[in-house]
Ligand binder design. Sequence first.
Ligand SMILES: Nc1ncnc2c1ncn2[C@@H]1O[C@H](COP(=O)(O)OP(=O)(O)OP(=O)(O)O)[C@@H](O)[C@H]1O
Ligand SMILES: [Mg+2]
Length: 591
Amino acid sequence: MNLQNYIRLWSYFAGHKIWIGISILLSLVLTIMMLAIPTLSANLINDGITAGDTSVVIQYGEWMLLAAIICGLAFVANTAIAVWAGEYAAHHLRVAGYAKIQTFSHGNIDRFRSSDLLIRLTTDVLTVKNATIQLVLTFPIVPFFLIGTIVLIYHTMPTLLGITFGILIALFLLLIVYLLIVQPKYLIKDERIDAVNHTLREALAGIRVVKAFVNQEYEKQRFRSVAEDLRVSATVPQYMLAYITPANTLILFLGITAIYYTGGMQAIAGTGMNIGDVTAAAQYLIFILIPVYLLSIILPLVSSADASLNRIFEVLDADPEIHPPERPAPFDVAQAKGRVVFDHVSFGYRLPDGTAAKPVLTGINLEIDPGETVGILGSTGSGKTTLVSLIPRFYDVTEGKVTIDGTDVREIALDSLRTVVGVCQQEPVLFSGTVRDTVAYGAPGMSDDAMHAAAQAADAEAFVESIPDQYNSRVARRGENFSGGQRQRLAIARTLARRPKILILDDSTSACDVVTEAGIQDAIGELMQVTTRIIIAQRISSVITADRILIMDGGQIIASGTHAELLRTSPDYQEIYASQLGGIAGAGGVA
Ligand SMILES: Nc1ncnc2c1ncn2[C@@H]1O[C@H](COP(=O)(O)OP(=O)(O)OP(=O)(O)O)[C@@H](O)[C@H]1O
Ligand SMILES: [Mg+2]
């Protein structure tokens, strides 16, 4: 266990430590009151019942009632503090974690994976919260109770100290057995629950695919197998616990019997012991179980919270890979020309351990003039998306540099850079909201005219206006209530709404028909002040009118030229052309 984690968690309470102090005080009050009850009952028996004095019985009865009320109130107040502390810590971790994730670059997100980040900010935070609540609520009680009961047993019946320690040792041995053998089995069960959740989530998200492939039987088998694993792993620790609980009780009753026997014998022999003391000592012995029981709850919680804290702090301590420039170069977004240059660029994604992997792009030299439209074709995995993601610094080059209007992108303030460069990504993600929210996502408060212009340029205006609520229509999560082509057009409108000078469309019209695609390209030219355009596409028809077409293969640009030039000079282009001939003839673009 890493104590540093808890010290760090504790530091979040700076300024609120008074409440933790009050909580410890309340635990002390609670312990004193609980421990007072057997002493009071001993006096009630000895001085009241045995002596036949009713007024003493009533008086001690009242004291016991008062102690019980104070105990209850202290518990209520302490619970309030514990819940506050747990929620406070959770809130702090959640907000700090989320803020940190917002600073992450694509590389950080690749390595953490978004589903994993989700678990860190939900399940892990929940584990820390529960542990914090239990720690505040019960941890101080453990030493108070242990010391208190031992002192009181010694005070009531010094001869019983040996039995008390014997019982304590036996109970602690059982606790160790529980922590070392049973608890890890619970951890396995937790892992199996995760596996069931994961399988369920994946299958439910892809339920349509399952049906389309008529794969219900396979999915049922897959789920049955993880569910069976969970059943077995959940059963084993509960069986084990079934042995431990009666063993605890047995030890305790043996102890109580020993106390009654020893104390009873002394009382009968008249060696200073009386019946009230024997009863009180027996009650204290029962109380000894409380700290042991609390430890059996707290320790596993603390150890799993420790693992959770490790995972959360890993996020909080991650270094965002893309560092904003310390002293940004002067760069006027409004005056940007849009000249993009790749100068001897190489790039490799980092491996999960943070080390650089084999380069995905090598020796890229490319100059794109302001106003130029460049199309990029290439087989899948050839590096097209990677190439363009270096322009807005989603990733930083491994070697060489990328410049805009002569300034290295690493020297341009990130806000300015990403205002100048508009990227419509290959798999557009739409957030829930209205169509208006979607288009204005990157330009909040934009005018209606600007919104219409963006939608028109993306050829989205017509279909948006054909739906009942038009721009106020609801967009479901991930845009699921729109077709693939409509989603793509909304995503293009969203990118255009920011009026970028350099526009990158990464296969952004793949789900649109050829005519719509051509319409979008013309409209962008007419309606937007985009100067430089980079269009990645699978179809030659998407780039046929481009000023220049690049062909990528294996992370390199292997050919470059206009459609007509490439058709003459590039065997690769001729091959692509031949395979797509039908589509090109349809677009009327045969050279
Ligand atoms: N986030 C990533 N982490 C690690 N490797 C990646 C990542 N993204 C892409 N790659 C690898 O980089 C190479 C180039 O990928 P890239 O996405 O640039 O190809 P692409 O030409 O855009 O392909 P497609 O036409 O399928 O979109 C591939 O081998 C891919 O496996
Ligand atoms: Mg791609």
